[in-house]
Unconditional design. Sequence first.
Length: 63
Amino acid sequence: MALFRFFGQVRKEIARIAWPTRNETTVTTILVLILATLAALMFIAVDFVFRNLMGFLLGISLG
């Protein structure tokens, strides 16, 4: 019987959750995708600069 009581409590707790609206989910997803893309572009740019700087300082061609 404890198992039935547990699942009853789980059901009550799930009903109390404030689920995000479809619009909130869409906006948040788009924002995450944009920020992840910007972060990736930033890392690519920093890598490019450091790679070329190290190549220049060491006098080697890296490309």
